[in-house]
Every structure is written in structure tokens, then in C-alpha cells.
Design a protein around this ligand. Structure first.
Ligand SMILES: Cc1ncc(COP(=O)(O)O)c(C=O)c1O
Length: 372
């Protein structure tokens, strides 16, 4: 795989939690988009067909059917479409967590303007605890919205337990899988989640501007989004302006014209993952992570991410005395990582090698003073 990602020749790129590396396939996909546009003018039938292919490719990746997948432009767009269906009633509360990305946090709080209440479940020892969700979910809960892997400390949420608790009270669960999808195998049937949103910027190896929202078949028609657009209509080409009749499929959570260039790129990125298999990506990343942990222990560094492989995602967070200075110092040496909240974040993917981890460990040794 590595030779498909030219950045690996120049840099030690360990930053998939911010942006996956550019592959030859994705570069070529953007070229194909420009060629098709230039040569064919307005091939919209073909472009809509590509959007359907992206829907099907993502459905395959998570064990859903294409009718359960909305093609969106971001996680924000998909989550916002679902929550826009909220109507104040007996169930007026969104339960979410302190580990959310602002996407979920801000969209939940936006519903306060329409009479909703938002309850946050806090962390316990760097993890979201089931007890916290148990205490928060009750007869007022309309939806639980929770992250799969925390973008700050890399911990993996115990989704099965949360889904069980929520469903026992008749509450659906929405998962933000942005820090997992592409590097953690996801089977929405096995997880039994009701909604799952992600995008192609990170481990799905595409670019900005494309996302997906999974909605389980039996949930779809229970939600009537008020954030909408003509691509959400039951018959897009009827060009109807006299009523609102959303699609009976997950397409009802879409909005306007699909993000065609990013769909070319997203298909190429997901194609790479399909050819390798996300389970193999996970195994590879776990091996790199075990090597990283070992080296960090030798350095006496402090790992914030839980050690148990089943309790962590692909990213490892390490304490720093000045995370920005450490990211900058390593970048000057061609080692690319990122930072949040007093930690640096190391996020390997399919294109990384043990050599990359060793190069990072050498860099961290050199800047030992910036580790806590
Ligand atoms: C967990 C998580 N959710 C959501 C987002 C942002 O999603 P979007 O910009 O597509 O709304 C990110 C991006 O960093 C993220 O890490």
C-alpha cells in the first residue's frame, strides 16, 4: 500500500485523525472528475450514478443496505438533518457526552432553541462509563448521540452496552464514527445502532466535503427532517414546489446537489479500504500501536489512551508539557502528528510502517523535555 501514498517518501505522516494521506488513486480520481467535466460537459446522469455507487460502497463497508445510507457533505449535515426532526414533547432530551466533537455537541445544543434539553455524560478514568449513561437515559430521552472513538484521548466507547441501555427504554442511538470508520471494522447490524454518521476526510482516505449517514430501516420514516433539500424528495425529478414529501429511504436526510468531486475521491479512498479489508487495517494499526506503546514506555512517556486494544481506536494520545511546540518541533523534522488538550495525537493508518513509528520515537527522544 505504502507506495500509493507519495507523502510517505518525504514525511513520517502519522496524522490520519486529522486528514488521511493522499493516495495515487484519489489524485487520479480528481483528474477523472476534471476530465469528465471537460470532455462531457454536464454528465449529471453519470454523476448521480456515482453518488449511488458511493452510497452502496459505504453501505457495504458497514453491513447496511444502500437505502439505509444518506450521502451527505459532512457529519454535521447528517446529524443536523436527524436532529432537525426533533419536536418538543414528552421526550425532550438529548443525551450526549463530554467526549463529543463540537459537531454533535453544538447541534444538540442548537435544539435548545426549539425547547430541547441536553444532558452530558462525563468521563471516568478516561472512558465514558455505562453507569453514566444508565443514570442519564430516562423517559424524557429522545436520542442518545455519542462518539465511537474520542477525538481527544482516543478511547473507544462501549457502544453495545449503551445501545442495550437506550433500547431498553425505547431510545434510539446515534453514533459519530468519524475517528473509527476505515480503521475499525463497523457492523451496524451487530452494533444494532439506529444512526451512524461519518465522513471521508480521515481513515476513509478521501477528501473533505463528503459524509454518510446510516439510518436503520425501521427508524427512517419516524424522522421527518426540517433541514432538507430537493435531493431528499421522494421523486427528485418531479421538480415539485407545492409540498414536502421526503423520500421513504435514508435519502430523506440529504439536502442539495451531491458533492460530485468529493464523491470521485471518496469512491477511490473506500476502494483502497475494500481491497485491503478494514479488519486487516485494524490489525496493522494495532501492531504499530503496540510498538509505539512499547517505545513510549521505554521513554517514560505518559499515554493518555486506554491500553486495552478493545478500549481504544486507531489514535494514541500522549501527554506533553507544550503540545504545540512538540508538534512544531517534530514537523520541522518531517514528522507529522497533531495535538489537542495538552496531548499530542499519533494516528497511523494502512500506509505507515514500523520504521515510521521508530522515526517518531527517535524524534520524541530528542524532544524528551516536551513530554510529561
Ligand atoms: C469525531 C469527529 N466528529 C466530527 C468531526 C467533524 O465532522 P464534520 O466537519 O464533517 O461535521 C470530526 C473532525 O475532526 C471528528 O473528529
Amino acid at each position: 500500500m505504502r507506495h500509493h501514498f507519495p507523502i510517505c517518501e518525504r514525511q513520517v505522516y502519522l496524522n490520519a485523525c486529522s486528514q488521511g494521506a493522499l493516495s495515487d488513486q484519489v489524485r487520479e480520481a480528481y483528474g477523472a472528475y476534471l476530465r469528465d467535466w471537460e470532455e462531457r460537459g454536464a454528465p449529471w446522469e453519470y454523476w448521480v450514478e456515482l453518488s449511488e455507487r458511493a452510497r452502496a460502497a459505504f453501505a457495504d463497508l458497514i453491513n447496511a443496505t444502500p437505502d439505509e445510507v444518506a450521502v451527505t457533505t459532512s457529519v454535521s449535515a447528517g446529524v443536523s438533518a436527524v436532529l432537525s426532526a426533533f419536536q418538543p414533547g414528552k421526550r425532550d432530551t438529548f443525551v450526549t457526552s463530554d467526549f463529543e466533537f463540537p459537531t454533535v455537541g453544538q447541534i444538540a445544543h442548537a435544539q435548545e432553541l426549539r425547547g430541547a434539553r441536553v444532558v452530558h455524560v462525563g468521563e471516568q478514568d478516561g472512558m465514558l462509563s455505562l453507569a453514566g449513561f444508565d443514570a442519564a437515559i430516562d423517559e424524557r430521552t429522545a436520542l442518545v448521540a455519542v462518539t465511537h472513538v474520542c477525538y481527544r484521548n482516543g478511547s473507544r466507547t462501549e457502544l453495545e452496552g449503551i445501545v442495550e441501555l437506550a433500547h431498553a427504554q425505547g431510545v434510539p442511538v446515534l453514533v459519530d464514527a468519524y475517528q473509527a470508520a476505515g480503521a475499525v471494522p463497523i457492523d451496524v447490524r451487530a452494533l444494532n445502532v439506529d444512526f451512524l454518521a461519518t465522513g471521508t476526510v480521515k481513515y476513509l482516505l478521501g477528501s473533505a466535503g463528503l459524509g454518510f449517514l446510516y439510518a436503520r430501516a425501521d427508524q427512517i420514516e419516524r424522522w421527518t427532517p426540517t433541514q432538507t433539500g430537493w435531493f431528499a424528495d421522494e421523486d427528485i425529478f418531479a421538480m415539485d414546489i407545492d409540498d414536502y414529501s421526503p423520500s421513504p429511504t435514508a435519502r430523506r436526510f440529504e439536502a442539495g446537489t451531491p458533492p460530485v468531486p468529493n464523491i470521485y475521491a471518496g469512491l477511490a479512498g473506500m476502494g483502497i479500504l475494500a481491497s485491503v479489508g478494514v479488519d486487516r487495517v485494524e490489525q496493522h494499526v494495532r501492531a504499530l500501536t503496540a510498538h509505539l506503546d512499547h517505545g513510549l514506555d521505554e521513554l517514560g512517556a505518559s499515554i493518555v489512551t486506554p491500553r486495552d486494544p478493545s478500549a481504544r481506536g486507531p489514535m494514541t494520545a500522549i501527554r506533553s508539557t507544550d503540545e504545540h511546540a512538540l508538534v512544531e518541533a517534530l514537523a520541522a523534522e518531517g514528522i507529522i502528528i497533531s495535538s489537542r488538550d495538552g496531548n499530542v495525537r499519533v494516528s497511523p493508518h494502512v500506509y505507515n510502517s514500523l520504521g515510521d513509528i521508530d522515526a517518531l520515537l527517535d524524534g520524541l527522544r530528542e524532544h524528551r523535555a516536551l513530554l510529561r
